[in-house]
Design a protein around this ligand. Sequence first.
Ligand code: ATP
Length: 213
Amino acid sequence: MNLDQSKIPQATAKRLPLYYRFLQNLHASGKQRVSSAELSDAVKVDSATIRRDFSYFGALGKKGYGYNVSYLLSFFRKTLDQDEVTKVILIGVGNLGTAFLHYNFSKNNNTQITIAFDVDESKIGTEVGGVPVYHLDTLEENMPGDTPVAILTVPAPAAQSITDRLIKKGIKGILNFTPARLNVPDSIRIHHIDLAVELQSLVYFLKHYQGES
Ligand code: ATP
């Protein structure tokens, strides 16, 4: 099937990795089919939403049979470009950056941090989690041109100027772990994850909205 990915609603697209991971587990355990109710229970998305999501992929479950796990899996692999590794660059090999380099998203085998940058001389020239660390001054010469994604784990004041340089080098998306709000052209996608804010808001909700959904 030829799928126009721009037709998949963003909310559906965001759930794809979730479905994909669960189906991988199912497949590994030898299961050949799955119902939308089972899927719903596992990924905590209601089954009507799952059926609607899957209909965008042309995967129409049969009543009393469910969905074919291998078919869905190969479909998701193609759609999520799992066959193609997306290179990721990381800037800022501090506590958080070091953790990411060791983790290196090895469970999601389609993304890989291939190179890291920092300004701390004691880190330059080392490898962290198998990833080489270069001086940020050499970003322009050492960052591979075919790297679409950057992870920013630097102190907030450094974030904007690094972002500007990354954009000049052709970066398309940034996962921003700094508290800084970044100014970028519309064509660049920023996903902002402020762990301190997330934690605070979770604690706030627990305190004030306990028992409500
Ligand atoms: P650490 O314990 O190594 O200091 P941290 O996460 O607590 O880690 P931060 O001050 O947030 O410390 O710095 C994160 C990393 O970003 C550090 O490795 C630091 O050397 C690096 N860094 C600081 N300024 C810059 C910059 N302008 N460009 C690139 N990296 C930077």
